[in-house]
Design a protein around this ligand. Structure first.
Ligand SMILES: C[S@@+](CC[C@H](N)C(=O)[O-])C[C@H]1O[C@@H](n2cnc3c(N)ncnc32)[C@H](O)[C@@H]1O
Length: 285
């Protein structure tokens, strides 16, 4: 049974909001206790979003993507997306995304990299102090009310995913293409469809499915069908381990959905077990 959901006033945020994957936070979804309404965000993606976003480069005007660390929407912007909506169960993901998309315009790339490390390690007095006045209101106040608090400490040190940091030319491209904060939908993936009003070329669900049960995956994809355009794509799952874990479920879903969708696995490099893989659903009808 789900516990009653509580949403605090983010303009009066307190350190006690932040809960780390203990399943007993203020919002406990039994299906997915690791992530909650204020669970700490990542500061850098651990997915190869450079490659994943490149798969639909030029055919992704309208994108809906997980917010996560902010890298997913930032890379889709680089690929030419004109309208990007983001969603996440955690408000901290919006805060990370707002800070990073502001920092692009204020900091050099080396200072941006320092900022990512500082955010992860709760050292907010360096680059963040400089850009905070320009960060959108709700995110700025959220940070200001929680000095030294682990808002962005999910996952391991960004240094282990350095290859996912935008290159000099990608950083430059993002600067040119991102001028507004990204739209944010604060929701669990199971209710995501109830917030949507338009069709997307691409919906990227990142690697949330690896934490869910098959019936949930089934219902979520079915509910998203009206919001992906015919021939458009849902990136259902990124990451080899997560895909392996749900392999049988994807086979089952492929047969259940065959009258309206194709489900396929795409490998970046079949010969390299460390390269990225995704499961993609293409709406055929
Ligand atoms: C699953 S995590 C993994 C990190 C990811 N691989 C990346 O590259 O950043 C991605 C994001 O999904 C969010 N998330 C996890 N479960 C969710 C759910 N049930 N509904 C909505 N968002 C969820 C987390 O808060 C997190 O920001």
């Amino acid at each position: 049974m789900k516990r009653p959901e509580r949403t605090f006033n983010i303009y009066d945020a307190k350190q006690c909001y932040i809960r780390h994957g203990d399943g007993v936070g203020i919002y406990s979804n039994v299906s997915n206790p690791m992530f909650a309404k204020y669970s700490p965000s990542y500061v850098l993606t651990n997915e190869n979003i450079r490659w994943i976003s490149g798969l639909t480069s030029g055919i992704c005007d309208n994108v809906l993507t997980v917010a996560a660390s902010g890298d997913q929407p930032m890379f889709y912007a680089l690929r030419g997306a004109k309208h990007i909506d983001t969603f996440d169960v955690s408000f901290c993901a919006k805060v990370a995304m707002d800070i990073k998309s502001t920092a692009l315009h204020k900091l050099s790339r080396p200072d941006y990299i320092t900022l990512l490390n500082d955010m992860h390690n709760c050292t907010y007095d360096t680059g963040l102090a400089q850009i905070l006045p320009s960060v959108p209101d709700a995110s700025r106040q959220f940070v200001q009310n929680m000095p030294k608090c682990a808002i962005f400490s999910q996952g391991i040190e960004p240094i282990y995913y350095q290859e996912n940091i935008p290159t000099e030319s990608e950083y430059d491209g993002m600067r040119k293409k991102i001028s507004q904060p990204f739209n944010f939908i604060w929701t669990d993936i199971e209710s995501l469809h109830t917030h949507l009003t338009r069709e997307y070329d691409v919906i990227n669900l990142s690697n949330i499915f690896e934490y869910l049960r098959s019936a949930q995956m089934h219902d979520i994809l079915l509910n998203l069908r009206p919001y992906v355009r015919p021939n458009g794509y849902i990136i259902a799952q990124a990451g080899r381990m997560g895909i392996q874990k749900q392999d049988k479920v994807y086979q089952y879903l492929a047969s259940r959905f065959q009258n309206w969708a194709k489900i396929m696995r795409v490998d970046q490099d079949r010969k390299n077990p460390n390269s990225e893989s995704v499961v993609v659903l293409q709406r055929t009808r």
